[in-house]
Design a protein around this ligand. Structure first.
Ligand code: ZN
Length: 443
């Protein structure tokens, strides 16, 4: 089945090239051609293709959410410091979690992301067999990363459960679903746990994801316990490398930036979460100048409070502008790659997706710029679609989504799930979770 996404503003994310107007030709899995409307209309492979009109729309590679926690706590624990919030709300919810509730959370979060143009998620969560099923059912690309911790943190995943998930889901769903090794915060995992994580990564030839250097407290505590900053500890414990992605990285020294760059470690920048939890502003300009692949992450639904990567681009830009007092940073053309090709590079998926190029998998989104909030839409010398995407649009403007050439969203309507059913399932699961958490609190 061939599809011609025709007459849109095509941003292939190979530099700042645009085809305006342009078209993209896809088959059931791959991108066949990208170019001007005239060029693709004349392409014999486009003969008989289903035409999807993209007039007044941007055609962009699918967005990568490089740090997500599935969850159901949205809006219930506001205005707390990071560590209070973890102790009082998040960890007790982990204690109360069941596989069924966890699966409902993943289904909900992936569905929400997909409708907002996210075609790939890296999810750190629990009981992730259910997450794998949710990703398979929806058709989204997912990297599953169990929350592994040890010692007193016995209500998280373990190296053993991570191993079991690797055994069954190292890759699944035609490669769309992958499992990596996960580590909760540095303070939640012993040195032994780190060593076992590295061994697991090597045994299964897979990646590793953790979050770090989110708050100043964490850096101070690391200096107290080990005499080194968190990224230095990671380096010494052997977890940095081209198959590792570290989320947040807000409080980094120059040496830590160098360590990330020289090891080829990726970073997931979560500007909304960092602002909401008053964590601070990551040195994104310096990281990118050093050559670090920086993708964007929403972080969890509880610290964002939505999973809208289009909106996240605006936060990423504004946070840089505010904290550097330099209006030339955070340009749309610097931000768009983070949501697309750089995100894919961080996740080790840039050979497969992240840009619109013939031979890559057809992960494509069409974003409608025909709204009042994206008017005027100008072309040629006054081209403003990139700015509209970053500063004016939101995930609600996403109209069509394909992953691996399969159309998952058409006219803003999902084709692989029913919104009301996903919502009802998540609502019931959340109510059960809160009931269980309250019971555990009085025991
Ligand atoms: Zn996180």
């Amino acid at each position: 089945m061939t599809t011609l996404v025709r007459n849109g503003i095509v941003l292939p994310m190979t530099g700042t090239t645009t085809f305006d107007p342009g078209s993209v030709l896809l088959d059931g899995t791959d991108i066949l051609a990208v170019g001007s409307v005239a060029e693709l209309d004349a392409d014999p492979r486009a003969a008989g293709a289903e035409i999807v009109d993209a007039t007044n729309c941007v055609v962009l590679p699918g967005l990568h959410n490089c740090h997500l926690h599935s969850g159901l706590l949205r809006g219930t624990a506001e205005s707390l410091s990071l560590w209070d919030w973890l102790k009082t709300y998040v960890d007790p919810a982990h204690r109360a979690l069941t596989p069924e509730i966890a699966a409902a959370a993943s289904l909900h979060c992936y569905a929400e992301g997909l409708l907002a143009g996210t075609t790939s998620v890296m999810d750190m969560w629990r009981y992730m067999e259910g997450s794998a099923d949710a990703a398979a059912a929806l058709g989204i690309r997912a990297t599953l990363v169990p929350y592994v911790a040890d010692g007193e943190f016995d209500y998280f995943e373990t190296i053993e459960t991570n191993r079991r998930l690797l055994e069954t889901h190292r890759t699944a769903s035609d490669g769309r679903v992958r499992t990596w090794v996960g580590l909760e915060h540095l303070m939640y995992c012993s040195e032994q746990c780190f060593a076992e994580a590295v061994a697991l990564m090597e045994e299964f030839d897979t990646g590793l994801h953790t979050h770090s250097s989110e708050s100043i407290w964490e850096v101070d505590e690391s200096l107290k316990r080990w005499g080194r900053r968190p990224i230095e500890v990671f380096y010494n414990r052997g977890i940095l490398g081209p198959n590792t992605v570290v989320a947040h990285c807000v409080w980094l020294s120059d040496i830590e930036i160098e360590l990330l760059a020289k090891t080829g470690t990726g970073v997931a920048h979560c500007p909304c979460s960092n602002m909401k939890l008053s964590s601070g502003a990551a040195r994104i300009g310096d990281l990118r100048k050093a050559g670090v692949a920086v993708g964007l992450g929403s972080d969890g639904e509880k610290e964002n409070n939505n999973l809208d990567l289009v909106e996240e681009m605006k936060f990423a830009s504004l946070l840089q502008k505010l904290t550097t007092l330099d209006p030339t940073t955070g340009d749309p053309w610097d931000i768009l790659p983070m949501a697309t090709i750089e995100g894919a590079r961080a996740l080790g998926l840039d050979g497969v997706t992240g840009s619109l190029e013939p031979g890559k998998r057809a992960d494509v989104v069409v974003i409608d710029l025909g709204g009042l909030h994206t008017t005027p839409l100008l072309h040629g010398d006054d081209f403003n679609a990139a700015a509209h995407l970053v500063f004016s649009a939101s995930g609600r403007d996403v109209r069509d989504v394909w992953v691996d050439g399969q159309r998952l969203v058409a006219g803003s309507k999902p084709l692989t799930f029913d919104i009301a059913t996903v919502r009802a399932t998540a609502q019931a699961a959340a109510e059960e979770l809160f009931e269980r958490r309250a019971k555990l609190a009085v025991e």
